[in-house]
Design a protein around this ligand. Structure first.
Ligand code: HEM
Length: 215
């Protein structure tokens, strides 16, 4: 039988390709957008990680989601550093969530408060992605907008507490494989993961509309 970590990866593969090749991501990684678009995207991430991490302390003692809560993953502080660099000291004043971002953050918060297993789907979709493709995004951002390597502006992508991301990801997959959920609940987690990818795509679509390149 396939391990749960394989099931969840396979189930989200198609949507992963979709996210990677979305207009906004392609334009961003293709160096076709200004740093303003990158900053706007980083602002949206702030709302998502706010929702992911606000409930983390309480979930740390949860039997299902608890093992996934690892402080070395937390991104909120790094995002705030990046936003101060990108937008200036008053970054909070100009912060606003796109409707798609609000919908995403609301769903994460709902899971964090009411359904710890569903929260795992959101945790996986963001943090394992940040540890993987996030490194490609960081490299591109450094080259395109001239941020210092692993410095201000891209700290979101730098996990100071994780020396070996490949080993960390292996450990993470073991946690997924050992998740305390029966088969039906695992199916629900997979469905929530697909929802998480769709919510990310929704944010990319909205950002793509805001930063449309003239043809
Ligand atoms: C252009 C943008 C992206 C690139 C270039 C990218 C690239 C990658 C790569 C190369 C991996 C494989 C890492 C490995 O096998 O260890 C990966 C894994 C992953 N990515 Fe992305 N990615 C992007 C966007 C996203 C987005 C938007 C999400 C969701 C929000 C996401 C979620 C994930 C997840 C959850 C994994 C882990 C899959 C697993 O091994 O279970 N990625 N990504």
């Amino acid at each position: 039988m396939e391990s749960f970590s394989t099931v969840i990866r396979t189930a989200s593969h198609e949507q992963h390709v979709e996210a990677e090749t979305s207009t906004f991501m392609s334009d961003l990684l293709g160096g076709r957008l200004g740093v303003d678009a990158y900053a706007r995207y980083t602002e949206q991430l702030w709302f998502v990680y706010q929702a992911l991490e606000a409930g983390a302390e309480r979930l740390a003692s949860d039997p299902v989601a608890g093992p996934f809560i690892r402080p070395e993953l937390f991104r909120q502080a790094a995002l705030e550093h990046d936003l101060a660099h990108l937008r200036g000291p008053d970054w909070r004043g100009g912060l606003s969530a796109l409707p798609a971002t609000r919908a995403y953050a609301d769903r994460v918060r709902e899971c964090a408060e009411q359904w710890p297993a569903g929260y795992i789907a959101h945790h996986y979709t963001r943090y394992l992605g940040d540890l993987s493709g996030g490194q490609i995004i960081r490299d591109k951002a450094e080259r395109t907008w001239g941020f210092e390597r692993k410095g201000d502006g891209v700290r979101f992508y730098v996990f100071d507490g994780i020396d070996n991301p490949a080993a960390f990801k292996r450990g993470y997959r073991e946690l997924l494989d050992a998740v305390r959920a029966d088969d039906l609940e695992k199916q629900r987690i997979v469905a929530e993961c697909k929802k998480a990818f769709a919510l990310n795509s929704g944010v990319f679509t909205a950002l793509g509309e805001e930063f449309r390149l003239s043809a």
